[in-house]
Every structure is written in C-alpha cells, then in structure tokens.
Design a binder for this molecule. Structure first.
Ligand code: KIV
Length: 262
C-alpha cells in the first residue's frame, strides 16, 4: 500500500485496514500480515508508557517508536502521529517535528484537529509530506471534552464535525481518521468527502477501520468499549504461558536435556 492506493481504495470501494504499532517485535509480525497500514499512534504514551492520556507523548518518543517500527516493518505504509501541541507552536517547530517523524521512517504524519492550524497543515502538505487528519474524539483535547466521550451526538456538534472534515480535505489531507462519532455521522462524512475516512468507533460505513493493536488482541480484558472487538484473548493466553513457564522452572521441568548445551 502506498499513498496513491488510499484514493484508489475509496474509488473502488475497497476498505482500508489499520492497526497501531509501537515497537520492533510487533512490527516484524505485522509486516508479514495482510494489514494495510500501521499507525505509530500517540496512544503509545498510555499503552506502552502507562500515562493516563496521550498528552504525555513527545516528538522524541514518537520518533524513537517510529524508527523501531520502520526497522521491523520495511514493507508497510507507516503513519507517524504528531504529538500533543507539536502543530500549535508555530510553523518552524511543527516542521521540525514532521522532519523528525519522516526521518525516523514514517510515510506520512497524522494531525489531530484543523481549526486554527489550516495554514500549517497546508504548508506541510505543500512541502511534500502527506498528512492524515483526525477528527471527532481527538484524544489530545480530552480535557476540553471532559473525558473520552462520543462526539457529534447532537445536530450542532455533528454539523461542526462535518465542517471540520471539509476543512481537513481543503487543507490537502489525503485521508481522515474519525474517532468515536455516531455511525450515521461517519456515513455522512464518508459520503461527502473525496478522501477516504478511517473509523474507530465511527460505524461500518467509513472507508477503513483502525484499532489499537493491544485492544484488539485483548491484552487488557477490563478495557472493552462498545466499538472494540477482541480477536484474541491475549491477557489470559500470556498469563497461561508465563505461568506454565514459571511452573516448569519451579519443578525443574525446564530446561530439558535437549534444551541444554552438551
Ligand atoms: O494514537 C492512536 O492510537 C490513534 C488512533 C486511536 C486513531 O490516534
């Protein structure tokens, strides 16, 4: 998959699949999978670093994880997430951040929001860097939203998100992530844009879907928002494997003679 395939997929009605990827070992596994694209999302600040929101992600963090993913997944289209406020400090710092992510191996950058940063987004696009937009529940604005809440539930806020989606397209973005909006709003925006939409909690009519890898692998069984489907019981399977290893070590069953050097 490359940048040109996004528009082609939308035209042909072929869905785009995306998961987050933060590190080298999962990138190696995903490189051999059928998945279309990998997102080095700033959600890594929560999933990998244990913070309570994405506002703790830094450009250095994102660049380091992007480089690890690129080394593990040389064949995949990799999206680097612009972290908290990295676009809002002005053009030069924004370009420095974009430069770090692209030099770390990203194929494009993803930017949350559009209002007040249209010119910077256009400048990045005109500099030859593909930009993916991100609207709806944009987690970097979690404090302004009063929590991780579905956005665009009433007519006024839905109209606002539609307006912003058109502004994202007008700024030159090649695709748009729509996070946690009603399915009907996901459908309407997808129908009104020429660029593909990638949904997470945005219903089934978007042009593609993205999930956090750890979430879809069931690594935290206590985390089960409505939009999430578990494709593995990762937490329990890892517990079982590690407990089996612990038991074998305790009883002396591991290592065997065959697992020891003569
Ligand atoms: O950081 C992230 O994982 C994201 C997805 C939820 C779209 O932005």
């Amino acid at each position: 998959m490359n940048i040109l395939d996004f528009a082609r997929r939308k035209q042909n009605g072929e869905k785009i699949s995306m998961v987050t990827c933060y590190d080298h070992w999962s990138a190696k596994i995903l490189n051999e999978s059928a998945i279309d694209t990998l997102l080095v999302g700033d959600s890594l600040s929560m999933v990998v670093h244990g913070f309570d929101s994405t506002v703790h992600a830094t450009v250095a963090m994102m660049a380091s994880h992007t480089a690890a993913v690129r080394r593990g997944a040389p064949d995949k289209f990799v999206i680097g997430d612009m972290p908290f406020l990295s676009v809002r400090r002005g053009l030069e710092p924004a370009l420095d951040a974009v430069s770090e992510l692209m030099q770390a191996g990203a194929n494009c950058v993803k930017i949350e929001g559009i209002d007040g940063q249209e010119e910077i987004v256009s400048h990045i696009v005109e500099s030859g860097i593909p930009v993916m937009g991100h609207l709806g529940l944009t987690p970097q604005s979690v404090e302004a939203f009063g929590g991780h809440k579905v956005q665009g539930r009433n007519e006024g806020s839905a109209a606002e998100i539609i307006r912003q989606a058109k502004a994202v397209e007008a700024a030159g973005c090649f695709a748009l992530v729509l996070e946690c909006v009603p399915a009907e709003l996901g459908r309407v925006i997808t129908a009104q844009l020429n660029i593909p939409t990638i949904g997470i909690g945005a219903g089934s009519d978007t042009d593609g879907q993205v999930l956090v890898l750890h979430d879809m692998l069931g690594m935290d069984t206590s985390f089960k928002p409505k939009f999430l489907r578990h494709y593995l019981n990762g937490q329990n399977d890892i517990h079982s494997a590690v407990n089996a290893y612990h038991s074998d070590v305790s009883t002396g069953a591991f290592p065997s003679k065959e697992e020891s050097y003569a």
